[in-house]
Ligand binder design. Sequence first.
Ligand code: 5GP
Length: 194
Amino acid sequence: MEKLEQRIRREGLILSDKVLKVDSFLNHQVDTRLALEIGQEFARIFAGRGITKVLTIEASGIQFAMAAGIALDVPFIYAKKKKAVTLTENLFTSEVVSFTRGETYQVSISQSYLTPQDRVLIVDDFLATGAALVGLVDIVKQSGAELRGVGCVIEKSFQEGRGLLEALGVEVHSLARIASMRPGEVTYVREAEA
Ligand code: 5GP
């Protein structure tokens, strides 16, 4: 997505060769129009797949899952990272080992909202090691719903996430695929291949 790639180049802060900060428009302050366009792009990519639910993980995937849900005219669900007192019903739960944060946490959703009749699109802001998304894939599997694909806003293609998901047979589409980065320079996958 050209517009997104340009915005990352203009406003992204490269904190190390592995960490990109996009707090001015995606991750903290959110450019609402861009978020809606991202949702439309996911809807275009996954059109005709019969998606009935969009699934993400709190917190930074929420605005993109909501935008995709609006564009596909279906509900979105966000998996919760902590067991809330209101989450009293039966849960689908998976354990995520976060390499970024150096901790292990559980993600859960209520069993009421994902059934074997559902066809699911998983959406998230970043694909890095893939740990968070593998957790969501596991939740979809537990529910008996059918996973129709994963959409990521930014993929750091030099990390192992895509490989991990593809090894599970999951179709992955990312709107900006970063091949490499260093301060002042972002290279996207097709440019690196050219
Ligand atoms: P994973 O390593 O499981 O693929 O990524 C887990 C989460 O860490 C992502 O959903 C995202 O919220 C965060 N994350 C991973 N890499 C980056 C990064 O380079 N920049 C930012 N802002 N967040 C990241």
